[in-house]
Design a protein around this ligand. Sequence first.
Ligand code: ASP
Length: 428
Amino acid sequence: MSGRWPLHWRILFGLVVGTAAGITANVAAGGAPWLSSIIDHATEPFGRLFLRLIFMVVLPLVFSALVLGVAGLGDIGRLGRIGAKTFAYTILASGLSVALGLTLVNGLRPGAGLPAETRAALTGYAIRGPAVTSADAPVGLQAVVAIVPENPVRAAVNGDMLAVMFFSLMLGLGLALAPRETVAPLIAVLEALYAVVMQVIDLAMRLAPYGVACLLFTLTARLGAGILRQLASYVAVVLLGLAIHQFGTYALVVRFLGGMSPRLFFRRIRAVMITAFSTSSSNVTLPLALTVTERNLGVPREIANFVLTLGSTANQNGTALFEGVTVLFLAQFYGVDLSLQSQLVVVLMSILAGVGTAGVPGGSLPLIVPVLVTVGVPAEGIGIIFGVDRLLDMCRTVLNVSGDIAAAVVVARSEGALTVPLLVPEAE
Ligand code: ASP
């Protein structure tokens, strides 16, 4: 594997090699002592090592990303009505996208269908977080009370990620409301913490091609090729959900709330969609999105600047949908039954994860871990997703960016400030 290949190609290569070798080993020598010994003493520990390098920084990542994400919303207050509209749009659109994703997974069940003995073998090997099982989970109002930690440090130590997220949210709110000069040093420290954590994840990701190869080898050598069907169905369901939200929900939103023809909308933001797809990064696409929204769609600069900048980190519908689908898929895959309440927790945490995710390639992957842990699905499941993530990332980034532009159109229209320019010939 040449070091000059982009990382996502090397990870895909790892997936293919690990899977092919694993299936071959399973067919040729499934259950043989030497194969079990290779799995137990080499591929499985190495795969786990790679995952643990990422798990280890999830706590500081969730904390710093959410505090900064919410503190950044501080501008909302300053922009008054526009801020409130953007915020409401973000929550509604993200909620809708996760709900769509969950409906698809519940209906199509991409993770179901593993033979009972395969599933038993799978769960036998899984590492689970200190999750609440449905038997001891608080219900009703008690569940709401349980989200607010009495002691945030204890919540962190116990792996109670929902409570940690709530604490981070409140801290972010406090930061947004406190005088800027006073809290600037704390924001700087959190920004530094965030940068360091991202760096550590970057280092860990260098091992990803080997880690993914080992994880997939372990899975397929033990369980055979059966699991590939589930993986393919999962990819199909994510893509279906993204397509419905992109060309269904956004078309309706643009038509009825933005008063604009969806055809015109999609045609005029084509260049942005292509850039988002090829870079997998909302941040990198932001400058082009700003120009296009202003020039091609006639959104005033102040509104475009505000809504798109905020949206590039907070309004991530594609990411939220992807997170929801992934958690439910893995639950089905591992045979974990998620109650309605747990699914609501998934919706809530996926919306929050959308707010906390950086607009960079693969930004949302580590943030799936706290959701998995909270609802009791083995967190190592993300090892299965890594190999196929790049394609999903490219597509969900298109949704993330298009959603921000749709939001800008809706907000501008509601302010009576939308003047769609005639473009001849139509600019890209
Ligand atoms: N790549 C996505 C973005 O930049 C974030 C993610 O879901 O990983 O919008």
